[in-house]
Design a protein around this ligand. Structure first.
Ligand SMILES: [Zn+2]
Length: 264
């Protein structure tokens, strides 16, 4: 949040000084905005997705169990129905007059009995399947409860964090509003336009003859002018405003001044 690191930059151009402060502040505003709008919501969304996924798993499990239960009931009803058909067929037997009639009833009864055997096999398999499946439910239920607890905890934490980030962002925006008043409106408009087009930065440092934002080499003449005059120049490749920070020279303990070192 503080601009101390930029106070080593000495320029006699107040617009450029303003842009340097502004650029640093815009970097901070950009980072805060990213955290507030993308990072934190993304983090919450990831846990929400886990929660929804496991909730869906539980719902599908219950739907599947309901379908199996429905099938079980339908088979039970069919067994009852078939048994009553057998009973009715048996009731007809005393009135049978011919062998053909008798054999027809016996055949019919036999078919009903076979159907019951088939149903009983399916019922057995169904019950085994339901027993096995029922054992899976507690683990899924537990996972859903854990997801919910994690999500609630994260949301509570992130709400506190968000409040703090929003406060910082408000402060940074207020600081920005106070800085821009001191910058030439035309320069500011260009800076904002380039910043919008160029990944949020409208100003770049020049080092060793290159723009440190687009990493393209600028002409030696432009590099010289940037170091020796107080005019504001722009990168011919990315349009950003350019500034130069003299490298500190440890041999004499003084920062090298671009103005004095014209041979560089
Ligand atoms: Zn550039």
């Amino acid at each position: 949040m503080n601009l101390d690191q930029n106070q080593v930059v000495r320029t006699h151009n107040p617009d450029l000084e303003g842009l340097i402060k502004l650029s640093e502040l815009d970097k901070i505003i950009g980072q805060l905005t990213d955290v507030i709008q993308c990072e934190i919501p993304g983090h919450i969304k990831a846990l929400e997705d886990d929660f929804v996924r496991d909730q869906t798993k539980l719902r599908k499990f219950d739907e599947e169990m309901a379908a199996l239960t429905k099938r079980k009931k339908s088979l039970e009803a069919e067994v009852d129905d078939t048994k009553s058909k057998i009973a009715k067929a048996n009731q007809k037997l005393p009135e049978v007059k011919t062998n053909v009639e008798y054999r027809a009833i016996m055949k019919e009864t036999e078919n009903f009995k076979q159907r019951i055997t088939t149903i009983e096999d399916e019922q057995l398999a169904l019950m085994e399947k339901m027993e096995d499946k029922e054992g899976e439910r507690p683990a899924i239920e537990k996972q859903v409860a854990e997801d919910k607890a994690k999500l609630d905890k994260l949301k509570a934490e992130k709400t506190v964090e968000l409040n703090s980030y929003n406060e910082s962002l408000d402060k940074a925006n207020a600081e920005r509003a106070s800085i821009i008043g001191a910058i030439n409106p035309a320069i500011l408009a260009t800076y904002d336009k380039v910043r919008a087009q160029r990944a949020g930065t409208g100003l770049a440092r020049v080092k060793d003859g290159s723009c440190m934002a687009c990493f393209q080499i600028i002409t030696p003449q432009l590099y010289y002018q940037i170091r020796t005059t107080d005019e504001i120049y722009r990168c011919p490749h990315c349009d950003r405003f350019l500034y130069h920070v003299p490298e500190p020279k440890p041999d004499n303990g003084e920062p090298a001044k671009g103005k004095r070192k014209k041979q560089e």
